[in-house]
Structure formats: C-alpha cells, structure tokens
Design a protein. Structure first.
Lengths: 124, 124
DNA sequence: ACTGGTGTATTATACCACTAATACACGAGA
DNA sequence: TCTCGTGTATTAGTGGTATAATACACCAGT
C-alpha cells in the first residue's frame, strides 16, 4: 500500500495536483512501482483530512496521465511502463531544470554565477 | 518612460504578478532606475490588451513592495534605494535558486547531476 | 441474503483570485 | 471654464477549487 504519511500539503497549489505530484515523485524515487496499491478514495481523504471528491479528482487525473489504473471497485494501482516513466522523469528533472534555466537567463544570470549560487545554497 | 514592449504574458500566472515581476527584472537589469516614469494605467492596459484595473493592481502591489511611487494623478515612477534593490536582487537570484535546489532535493537529484543537466540545457 | 466498503457520478454550495465594468474626484492645459 | 487624461474606489462577473450531500452499482465477507 502506497504510503502517504509523509506528504506535506501546502496551501498554494491545488490539493489534487499536489497528490499527483507526490505520487510522481514516489515513482521516480522507486518508492512506488507497478502493482503497488493506492489507498481507497475515502481512506486517503480521511488521512489527509480532505474531501473524498478531491482525492477522486487526483486519482482520475493520474489515470489520465497514465500511471494509475483502476478496475471496478478493486482499488487503484500504480502502473508504469518505460514510456510513462520517462515522461515523469523528464517532467521532474529536465523539465524542472529547463524552467530554472529560463528564469536565470531572464535576469541575465551568467552560467558561472548560477553554479556558484547552487553550490552555495546546496548545503544548508 | 519605462518600456513594456518586450514583455511576454503567459496564461499561467496572474497578469498583475507578471507585470510586477517584469519591472523587478528591469530594475535588476538596470533598465529601470529611480525617476523612470511608468505608463499610465490605461495606457499600459491598452498596450497589453488587458483591463486597467489589472494594471492598477500591479502598480499598487509594486507600491506596497516599495519600488514604485505615485503622487496624485501625476503618474507613477520607479523609486529604488539600496535596501529595496537588495531585496529584489535576492528574490530574483538567491530566492529563485533556493527554490530550485529544494525541488531538486525533493526528487533526490544529486548535486553532480544537477550541474550536468544545467550545463546540458544552458545552450539551446 | 445482508452488510459494508469500494469506485463512480451528480448536483449544489461556498469561497477566493482574477478580471471586468463603471463611476468619481482631481488637476493640467487649451 | 471645459475637456481630457489621470489615479482611485466600488461593484459585478467569471472560473477554478474544494466541500458537501447524495445516489448508484458492484463485489467480498460474513
């Protein structure tokens, strides 16, 4: 059963997006693999103190994104093939880095300075 | 008169935030300095094809953040002291990098890999 | 069979951020 | 004085998000 006990919800992004993003991270970290079962809608809702419909929205989104399957009322499961995994990996790594690079260039931050700042801020 | 002709509005972030962010970038790039006049609310609204109130909200935000002043109906002007400048610089550099570092760590991206990705994505 | 938990769907409501529409008072300039 | 553009304030509309209350069909376990 996939563990949601260490998810931390902020109050900035939509909850259902955060749930999806959390599961993607778990997949990337190999903490979630094909076959792993997700909690039931109502169960996760109770755990996170949110409405079951919000969980349903998250699960539906993850189904559409292709890494969660649900059959009948037998619960929902993680399901990732190589293609989906690559997509997730790309979004969470290259995608994120690319956005950052774009922001850095917008303010004319030179490459060297970027490396400096990351090095400086990495450990703290 | 501060130039907004090369601002590019996305449809993800609130417009008034984007305007404020754009002005901050201009300040950081020394393209906007104390005394520079901003277009009137209606003028900028017309230029960007948005509602004057959205511009008003942006200007008000920038006043509150401390780098824009307005007296009566004599227009709005850039006004930055060292303190404000440092704040903007920090937000747009260290602040941005810190957020990125946080995201990278969330998915266990090692420092080395981060540098690799940035190097790879810097030129394209 | 009955019960309880499941996924799913529908409808309604509330809330908030954002944007839009409008009106108002002020002051410079012709 | 009249006009026009200014900043400002108020109100209304819109869309997305979250919640709530149900309802339904399905299946497993008792």
């Amino acid at each position: 059963m996939l563990d949601f006990s260490d998810i931390h919800l902020n109050n900035k992004d939509p909850v259902y997006i955060q749930i999806s993003h959390y599961v993607k991270r778990q997949i990337l970290l190999k903490k979630a693999v094909s076959g792993d079962e997700l909690p039931s809608r109502r169960e996760l809702a109770a755990l996170l103190n949110i409405n079951p419909n919000t969980v349903q929205k998250a699960y539906k989104l993850m189904e559409q994104e292709g890494f969660v399957i649900t059959h009948g009322n037998q619960g929902s499961f993680i399901w990732v093939n190589d293609c989906i995994y690559s997509k997730i990996e790309d979004e969470l790594t290259r995608g994120m880095v690319a956005e950052f690079v774009k922001s850095a260039k917008e303010i004319n931050l030179p490459f060297k300075r970027v490396i400096e700042l990351i090095t400086e801020l990495w450990d703290e």
